[in-house]
Design a protein around this ligand. Structure first.
Ligand code: SER
Ligand code: ZN
Length: 510
């Protein structure tokens, strides 16, 4: 790696002859420390160098070249600080501004990218032999200070790598299987429910209207989750906001990959009726929503609808130091739907854009969370084996926090502690248990310290804090159950019927 930076320091006033000599001496003889700081002892030969110095009336320009250690942009900032001190003290001159005029990054390539790569802030990318040459221009102090260049270098290598991984899918590895259960039906639940008139598709993409019988089933699922899993383990209910501002997703990492699936939200520019008069009148006359006129009166999006419930729950503890007696913190939210813009057509109530989940979140010491995860898995197994009596399995998959920030693969650890376990059910209408695609109906994750760090959540004794969460999909629990147990409630397991209570009558349509 070779990083060549032409940087200019603009001065508050002209440098005198003495000043010019002083700066020359400083650059030639007094910058050793600045140049080797951070370079490992055995790599001193790769220390950055100042290749060129030009002093004009009111500017000092230098060319800095570095390898990977003590990178040129960091050296440029160190140099600014030292020059400021020197010029201020000896000549009462300040540095007004620093400009990275041209930054040429020469990056070694192990693989030559097959397709052109584009990166924001990078003017041009060319390939010369085994090197990629990235050129950036006109960089300000903030850009040079704030790791932007380092992130551009990582992003470039990620993009090269991605061209070779191609469509490498997410990780999947079987962990456990329940016992085999003979299904009571092989029919597709959504088709059956539509035929009965219990469901209505729409009004928007990936949305359903759940008539009373299905609403009752969804609420039954919710009661089972709360009574059989969450309450016995000590979880308490919170109500989290369902409109999530970008600031929260900036911290969770959702903004490095979930963007194509977010439902963005924009408030009106004004709530003054006069601003909206034209739109209102247009509706009154045409009885149509004039979207083009509405768009003109919308602010920029402030965020989006809930994508997963946990980010606002972490935000609730942002910057807090929590008394150690509180751990593990066990909370859950079931107060509203989540939204994801899914690709492709509608696929029944198991694949929807608007879905209901219960999400427990847990924060505590690593050993507390490892123990809790075992207990949650026992409770889940009890529900699926003894209440639903369904056939299900678990798999070790790409953790949701990696998938949702645009990554594939799996946590490296061999102990299989941090990461996501998916729960999947056999859907007999899709085919045999061995050949068909099973339905992912919930997950359970230990996140490690990713979110506790991102939100600066601390223990009063300053112990290491981890977190985790579990997404319990109510539609997906319902489909898992109905796909194997059918719609004849007389045949449903006794334990399930205890929770169901009275099954409501459906309104008859003629
Ligand atoms: N946050 C987890 C997920 O999105 C659980 O809801 O999958
Ligand atoms: Zn979560």
């Amino acid at each position: 790696m070779k990083l060549h930076l032409n940087v200019e320091y603009l001065l508050s006033r002209s440098l005198t002859g003495d000043g010019v000599q002083r700066v020359k001496k400083f650059i030639a003889e007094e910058t050793k420390e600045i140049l080797i700081k951070g370079v490992p002892k055995d790599k001193i030969s790769e220390s950055p160098k100042i290749l060129d110095l030009k002093i004009s009336d009111d500017a000092i320009s230098v060319a800095i070249e570095s390898g990977t250690y003590a990178r040129s942009h960091a050296v440029a900032i160190r140099l600014k600080n030292s020059l400021s001190m020197l010029l201020g003290k000896e000549f009462k001159i300040g540095i007004k501004k620093i400009v990275g005029q041209k930054y040429t990054l020469t990056l070694d390539l192990e693989k030559i990218p097959k397709d052109p790569i584009k990166i924001p802030f990078v003017d041009s990318i060319s390939i010369e032999g085994n090197n990629a040459i990235l050129i950036l221009r006109d960089l300000d102090e903030e850009f040079l200070t704030k790791n932007h260049v380092d992130r551009i270098i990582s992003l470039f290598y990620d993009k090269v790598e991605a061209q070779f991984w191609g469509g490498k899918g997410e990780h999947w590895e079987l962990i456990s299987k329940s016992k085999e259960i003979t299904p009571l039906t092989t029919k597709d639940p959504t088709t059956e429910l539509l035929a009965l008139g219990w469901l209505k598709q729409g009004p928007s993409q990936g949305q359903w209207f759940y008539h009373a019988p299905i609403a009752t089933l969804l609420r039954t699922m919710e009661r089972i989750a709360v009574e059989e899993i969450l309450k016995p383990l000590g979880f308490i209910e919170v109500i989290a906001p369902k409109l999530v501002p970008f600031e929260i997703w900036e911290k969770t990492g959702h903004l490095s990959g979930s963007e194509p699936e977010i439902y963005y939200v924009s408030p009106p520019v004004s709530r003054d009726i006069s601003v909206w008069e034209e739109v209102i009148d247009l509706y009154k006359i045409t009885k149509k929503a004039h979207v083009d006129k509405i768009r003109e009166r919308m602010r920029d999006p402030i965020g989006g609808m809930t994508y997963a419930q946990c980010p606002p729950m972490y935000w609730a503890f942002d910057g807090k130091t929590i008394d150690d007696s509180e751990f593990p913190i066990l909370i859950y939210d079931k107060s509203g739907p989540s939204y994801r813009w899914e690709a492709g057509g509608r696929q029944g109530i198991e694949r929807v854009n608007e879905f209901w989940r219960i999400e427990p979140v847990f924060i505590g010491y690593p050993d507390q969370l490892i123990e809790l995860k075992e207990k949650m898995m026992e409770r889940y197994a009890y529900v699926f084996d003894k209440i639903f009596e369904i056939e299900w399995r678990t798999a070790w998959v790409t953790p949701f926090y990696m998938a949702q920030s645009g990554q594939t693969g799996v946590e490296k650890e061999t102990e299989r502690i941090k990461g996501t376990i998916d729960y999947e059910s056999w859907i007999p209408s899709r085919g045999s248990r061995d050949k068909s695609e099973w339905l992912e109906f919930q997950n359970l994750s230990i996140v490690g310290d990713k979110y506790t760090k991102a939100f600066s959540i601390k223990s009063s004794k300053n112990k290491e804090l981890w977190s985790g969460c579990s997404g319990i999909g109510l539609q997906r629990w319902t489909v898992s159950f109905l796909a194997q147990k059918g719609l004849d409630s007389d045949k449903w397991p006794k334990e399930f019927k205890k929770y169901l209570g009275e099954f409501p009558r459906q309104i008859k349509f003629v």
